[in-house]
Structures are given as structure tokens and as C-alpha cells.
Design a protein around this ligand. Sequence first.
Ligand code: OGA
Ligand code: NI
Length: 407
Amino acid sequence: MHQNLLIITQFISFLYSLSLLSLQHFTFGYCTMSPAMVMAAKTKQNDNLESQYQKGVKHLCENGINKVPKKYILPVSDRPNMKDRELINVKKQNLKLPIIDFAELQGSNRPQVLKSLANACEQYGFFQLVNHGIPSDVISSMIDVSTRFFELPFEERAKYMSSDMQSPVRCGTSFNQNKDDVFCWRDFLKLMCNPISDVVPHWPSSPVDLRRLMATYAKETKYLFLMIMVSILESLGLVGTTEHKTEEDEILKDFEDGSQLMVVNCYPPCPEPNLTLGIPPHSDYGFLTLLLQDEVEGLQIQHQDKWINVEPIANAFVVNVGDHLEIFSNGKYKSVLHRVSVNPMKSRISVASLHSLPFNYMVKPSPKLINEENPRGYKDTDFSSFLEYISSCEPKRKNFLESRKLC
Ligand code: OGA
Ligand code: NI
């Protein structure tokens, strides 16, 4: 009897490993299995499937699928398909993110561009940055080496799979694969970038040029982040005049030593893109995120209760305000919800570079932005409270920022 059960469960496992069909597709009515045997077979099968999903979407797709497994199917209300009417409205209004020209920001037009920058951070929480000066070969090499990393055999990428949030390198899938009930359609490589010379030796050694190309990219984006922060601080009226010079130097020094996390996202083609998402709605934790996306659309931001597509612009960065900047600006600049939809045909790569103060620093509203009209709106917060928060509950929507708000 025991023997039979073993053979039957092994046979079913074998069938599944061939077909990856879900268990519900089988009927057991015709065979002689007892309910207990069916349960045992189901449990074993579920365990097998669970461990498949933990290996990531790329691995799942390599096994050949033509349907989205149940594990990735969102409840109807959370699915991405915009109603036709909404889509048409967005197209009609031609809603696009504000574009900030970095070169112009450094020139005689700076006051006007600072106003546009302030407006973008207040109204959208997002802007596209063009003419930023990072050489285009640094950018194309970053996308190229990221693509090659995700093309490595699963076993090579698996070396870097870890659930340790503090690890300098971490491969994984979904949003929080230890907590998510429904998985999202994304694999990622997360690299800590500070202090750069300490962490690079921990980064993947394959492809052979990964460390060199990604370290160059990380340094370039860090410098660009610092330059954008100078403008952001000036646009908030905090620095820029000679009397503020030392203060500006001090804040910048803190950011120079600050934290940088690079998240390389891979979204494989999805057979049923309306049922799932690459990343569910979320906000980013830091001061600013500099996002590089390839030519495939996917990023959507929430604006006036609608989801709008962020059109890819070659060589541009999508820059967004994170939770820490919303707190620091005492709510003036908005950390806005965004999500990623997936594509039926094309694989998509993006690289998010998240910047903040050093991990052990407190982030609090700037005293100069607190007054009678604008009372302090947020509690002091540090990075470890964020880590505690995400490991203790599902990081859905703006929960973390909400938890830092003073009523
Ligand atoms: C992120 C993110 C957007 C994208 O990694 O936090 O929002 O387009 N990514 O991949
Ligand atoms: Ni994000």
C-alpha cells in the first residue's frame, strides 16, 4: 500500500514535471486513490510547484508555459487591465511625464528649470531626465550585461539567491518571495553599492565583465544623484545662496556617504499579461530613484487616480521622489505609487538605482519646511525601521509611508 502510494505520487510528480499543469486539471474519479492518497499527492505536488516558483519567472518560462500559473493570478480588482475608456482618455490628454533637461539646469535658464523641477516633484513625483551627461555606452553596457546575467543558466544565478536583506548581493523573484501570497512576474538582482570598493568583490563574477560595467554605472548614477539633489535642495529653498553654503556642503557630504541600492529587474514575456503584474503598486523608500528602462513599455504611475504609462525615452532616466524625500520635504514633494505591467511578447530589463542617506541616519522633515501653515507631518524614521517593517508585513502600497505619518 505504502509502496503503491509512493509509485503513484512519483508518477504524478513526473507528469507535472513534464507538463507543469495545475493539479485541478486532473480528475481522480476513475482511479482507486483514497482521499488521503489524493491529499498526499496534492501536498507533494504543491510543494514541488512552490519550489519551482521560488526559482523565479525566468526559470518557469524556460520550462515552457502557455498559461499563467495560479500562483501569479491577481484578484480581479488588482489586475492591470485599464478600462478602454481610461486608456483613451490618457491617450487623448497625451499625458506625459515632465521632462527636465539636466544641461539646461546647469545653465542660465536654471531658475526656470528649478521651477519645472519643483512642479514635477509636487504634481507627479516623477520626471524624465534628459541630457544628463552619462555616456550612452555606459548605459547600453549596463542594459546589455544585465540581459546577459539573466541569460545565465539557473544554477549560476542561484548562487546568489538569499533571503538575507542585508546581503551585498541578492537574487530573487516576485516582490517579497517569503511573504507574497500571489507572486509577481519579475526576477531581480539587488546589489548594494556602498562603500563601492568593499561590495564589488561580492557581486556576481559571471558574466566576467559584470563587476566592471555595473561598478562604472553605479558610480556614474551616484554622481548624477548628488547633482540632482543639489537642485532639489535648491528648489525647496534650502540651499543655493552663499549664506547657506556650509549647510549645503554638510548635507551633500551626508549624501556622498549615503546608501545606494541597485535593483536590476527582469520581466520575461508573459502569456497572459492581464492577469498579473511585474511589480504591484508601491513607492520607493529612499530620497530619489534613478530608473533606466530599455525600449519596452511597462512602468505605470498613479496620477489623478489613473494609471499612466511612462513612455521609454532612449538614454533618459526616469527619476522619482521616494518616501524619504517626501518625509524630508514635509510632504511638499510626493512619493507616488507606481507599478509595472508585463508584455506578452517581449522581455523587459530595467535598473533602479535607489539613493538615500547612510543606513543609520534619521530622516526627518527639514526644520525650515515646518511652520504654522505646514506643521510637521511625519515621524523621524531610519532605514532599519523600514527593514523591520518590510520583513514583518507585506509591503503593499504606501503602507510604510502611511505608518510614518503624524495625524
Ligand atoms: C522598482 C520599480 C520600475 C520598472 O524597481 O522599484 O519601480 O520599470 N521599477 O522596473
Ligand atoms: Ni519602484
